[in-house]
Design a protein around this ligand. Sequence first.
Ligand code: AMP
Length: 573
Amino acid sequence: MLEKMGDRLDPDVVIEEFEALSRDAGRVQKETLKKILEENGETEYLMKWGLNGKTDPISFKSCVPLVTHADLEPYIQRIAHGENSSILTGKPITTISLTSGTSQGKPKFVPFNDELLENTMQIYKTSFSFRNREFPIGNGKALQFIYGSRQFKTKGGLAAGTATTNVYSDKKFKTTMRAMQTSCCSPDEVIFSTNCEESLYCHLLCGLIFRDQVQVVSSTFAHGIVHAFRTFEGKWEDLVNDVRRGELCSWIKTPSLRTAMSKLLNPNPGLANIIYNKCMGLSNWYGVIQELFPNTKYIYGIMTGSMEPYLKKLRHYAGDLPLLSADYGASEGWIGANVNPELPPELAKFAVLPNIGYFEFIPLKEDLIVEPQPIELTEVNIGEEYEIIVTNFAGLYRYRLGDVVKVKGFHNSTPELQFICRRNLLLTVNIDKNTEKDLQLAVKAAANLLEEEKLEVVDFTSGIDSSTEPAHYVIYWEISGEASEELLKECCNCLDKSFLDPGYVSSRKVKTIGALELRILKKGTFHKILDHFVELGAAVSQFKTPRCVGTKNQTLLQILRHNVVKNYFSSAF
Ligand code: AMP
C-alpha cells in the first residue's frame, strides 16, 4: 500500500496518503463500515442482530447493540476453543490477543488478525513520517525496551499472546522497523526471552554495545523506559564489566540469551572506560540517556494517560533530549496517530485514522442523566469529552473500549483526540466521583511536597477501604527513600485536599467519607506487582500500573497489604 524508496519508507508519500484519508474522513468512515459489514455480514453474530446484508451506519446502529467485553466473551471463548464456524468474523480467527489486564485484574482475550497487524503498521508509518519531518533520523538503530510475553495455544489450538507479542513476532514488524531506520539493537532472543529481568539487562547491554548507532530510545509505554533506567542505576557496574570483559555476567542463566549475547560481545576496555566515566560524571543520573547514547535524536513511547506520572523521571533521565509521545490504540485495535510530534507529551493528541475501524462517540455531559446516543466521527465537537466505541476488522462491533477522550481539534476533517482516562476507573464511596486523572493530579500535588527532601514517588495506586465506617480512600505510595513523619503527614493532608470533586469535598466535610489514608509501601513493591502481572501472561511492554485496586483483585490487594510499612490518616477536614 505504501510506496517505498528501495527498502526505505518515503515519508512524503505516507503523509500524502494520510492527508487524503483525513480530508474525507466522513466518506472513508462509511466505506470502512461497509467493508467490515460486507466481509462479516454472514457471521453468526451479525445475523443474530438481523442486519440482513445492510451495510449503512443507520441500519448498523439500529440493529447492533453497544457491547462490552463481557457481552462478547462467550463468542470469543468459542473461537478460542476451536469452533471454526463464522462466529464473529467471516475469515477464521487464528490468533488471540491478551489485553494487558491491568485495569480489570486479569487479561482478557480479544481476536487478532492480519487486518489489525496492517493497521498497526499503518499507524507506525504514519506517525513516523510526521516525526521524521520534525526530527529526522539517519541510518541507525533503536534501543527498544520491548518484550514478547509467553505465547501459548488456546484449547482450540489458536496462538495466543499479548497484542504487542503478536505484532513483534510478525515479520512485517521487522520490515517496517527497517524501513523506518529504527531496527532494534537487541536480537530476537532478548526480545522474546521469558525472563524479563534478564531480557532487560541484555537490552541495556545491547544498547551500550551499539551506543554510537542508537538514534531512538523507546518502549511501548513510557513506564518501560523509566523502569529500564531505574534498573540501570543498580546494574551499571555489572554492565560496564561485561563490556570490558566481553562476557555476560553469570547471573544471566537463560542459555539462548547467553548464546545470542556472546555473538555480540567482545572485550572492549575502551568502551567500558567511556561508559564508566560518563556514569561517574553524572549527577543523580540526570541526562543519562543522552550521555550513554550520544546520537539519540529523541525518546519515544506512549507518554499520555496513566503514563504521565512517569514523565518527570523520564525528563530527568533524558536531559535535553525531546520526549515524543507515541500513538493511541489498544489490543482491540488502533485509533489515532500522533501527527503533531513537536507537542510536549502533556499536550499530545491523536488524529483518528478513518480507515482502520468505524468509530462512534458517546458524549459525556455531566448534566445528562440518561446516557446519550453515540455520534459519528465527524460529528464530534471541539472541547467535549466522549467515550469511544470501536467497530473493527477483527470481530468487534460497537465495542465499548472504556476510554474517555477529549476532542482537541481537527486534522482536515478527522478529529484529534486527547486521551483523558479509563472510564471505569473511579474512586467512589457515595456521591463522590474521582477519575484516574483526578487521582493523578492529587498525587502530583502531594508529590511536589516530597521535593523538599529530594524524594519522589516511584509509583502509586489507590483503593477504597470499606472495612471502616464510613469508608475512606486509600492511596498507596512507593517512595524513592525515607521521608520524615512530618512531611508524610503533610502529603497525606494534601492528597485529601486535592480531590476537588464537590461530591468528595462535601462528603468529607459531613464525614460520610472517612479521612484519606496514605499507605507507604516497601521499596520494590511495584516491581512485585509487575512480576505478578507478567506471571498472569501480561507483557512488560504493555504494563500499566493499575491505578485503582478493587476488592475483586484480592491477589494484588494482598501484595499491597503485605508491603505496607507505615500509614497516615488525613487531618485536613
Ligand atoms: P492494552 O490492554 O494494552 O490493550 O491497553 C489499551 C489501553 O491503553 C487503552 O484502552 C488506553 O486506556 C491505554 N492507552 C493506549 N494508548 C494510549 C495513549 N496513547 N495514551 C493513553 N493511554 C493509552
